[in-house]
Design a protein around this ligand. Structure first.
Ligand SMILES: NC(=O)c1ccc[n+]([C@@H]2O[C@H](COP(=O)([O-])OP(=O)(O)OC[C@H]3O[C@@H](n4cnc5c(N)ncnc54)[C@H](O)[C@@H]3O)[C@@H](O)[C@H]2O)c1
Length: 314
């Protein structure tokens, strides 16, 4: 047991299983009191079960901290408010929000239903907004807060679940922007981009899906082998979230960190890597003919199309 988070109170969403559970325990190991928020659903968001949250509450309490369960749905604005309220009512204040709850409903874009899109975006992106929205005024007032969000490597466009990938991209943007809005008040907002052995990655159906994507050329041939070798239990990197949640990370804000059992990394924000310029006042507008020449010769030198057409050129 450490004491880096002694006197701090946290809500952790998705804390019943996987990464959220490991993070809740890591925060408790450093002395934080924890609201364990989890509705206990399946990977695809179906069903509810109070057992996972209750079990993590018991594990946290064994570590000598206070812990209570919340079984609400992060995609509901009012349930998220109840999570924040539970922290204040039970422990007196809220210093830490770890947004980790997530689901996955993979489909190619041409097969995805409106409901599959809406549900996944609601849990990840709206869920992250919801808890942040309710905690932010309290954190601003007390001039202290730590918000840690969860993105995924899919956020750069991971195929076959663009509902999930786009929501994660939205969370990255939310992280960058909320950090700028809240930083002055002593509230930091960062994100982890994890790679861990959980039911979301190690399930038989997921592994079958990866095999199919490799066969279809959508993922590198060694993707599955790499995954099997690299994926460790999330408890191996959960201390990184405890660090971000601590006073030690006061000056770390608006950053996205890759975290796994084997590697820690830092994601840069997208930047413009190449430019061509013109003086529009003297040279006039870009013309189609110029653009046709400029794009391959100046803007996209060494560029590789991520999915070249396999059909005849029209
Ligand atoms: N496992 C990985 O390698 C990996 C990689 C990238 C990103 N992530 C992200 O990490 C987070 C945790 O994933 P995991 O692998 O631990 O998955 P998991 O399925 O083991 O755990 C997710 C937890 O979130 C809970 N949950 C789901 N929807 C909820 C809702 N609406 N309200 C409250 N709780 C809800 C579930 O009940 C479950 O306990 C997710 O956001 C996921 O997208 C995981």
């Amino acid at each position: 047991m450490g004491d880096k988070l002694k006197g701090k109170n946290a809500i952790v969403t998705g804390a019943g299983r996987g990464i959220g559970k490991a993070v809740a325990i890591a925060l408790a190991q450093e002395g934080a009191n924890v609201v364990v928020c989890d509705l206990g659903g399946g990977v695809d968001g179906s069903g509810i079960d109070k057992t996972p949250a209750d079990e993590v509450v018991a594990e946290c309490q064994k570590l000598g901290v206070k812990a209570v369960a919340q079984y609400g749905d992060v995609s509901s604005f009012t349930d998220a408010e109840a999570m924040v309220r539970a922290c204040v009512d039970n422990f007196g204040s809220i210093e830490i929000v770890a947004n980790i709850a997530g689901i996955d409903k993979p489909k190619m874009i041409w097969n995805m239903t409106e409901e599959e899109w809406d549900q996944v975006v609601a849990v990840h992106l709206k869920g992250t907004f919801n808890t942040t929205r309710h905690a932010a005024p309290l954190m601003r007032e007390q001039k202290y807060g730590r918000i840690i969000n969860t993105v995924s490597e899919a956020f750069i466009g991971g195929p076959s679940h663009l509902n999930y990938a786009a929501a994660k991209g939205g969370i990255a943007t939310l992280t960058y922007g909320a950090a700028r809005e809240l930083g002055k008040a002593g509230v930091t907002v960062n994100a982890i981009c994890p790679r861990a052995w959980t039911r979301m990655t190690a399930d038989d159906k997921v592994i079958e899906g990866i095999k199919k994507r490799i066969e279809a050329g959508l993922m590198p041939a060694d993707q599955l082998d790499r995954m099997m070798n690299e994926l460790a239990d999330p408890s191996y990197f959960a201390a990184f979230v405890a660090y971000l949640a601590s006073p030690d990370a006061a000056d770390i804000n608006g950053q996205v960190f890759f975290v796994s059992g084997t590697e820690l990394g830092h994601w840069t924000q997208p930047t413009i890597d190449t430019k061509v310029t013109r003086d529009w006042k003297t040279e006039g507008p870009w013309t189609f003919d110029e653009i046709v020449k400029l794009v391959p010769s100046k803007l996209l030198v060494d560029y590789v199309n991520p999915a070249p057409a396999q059909t005849e050129k029209k």
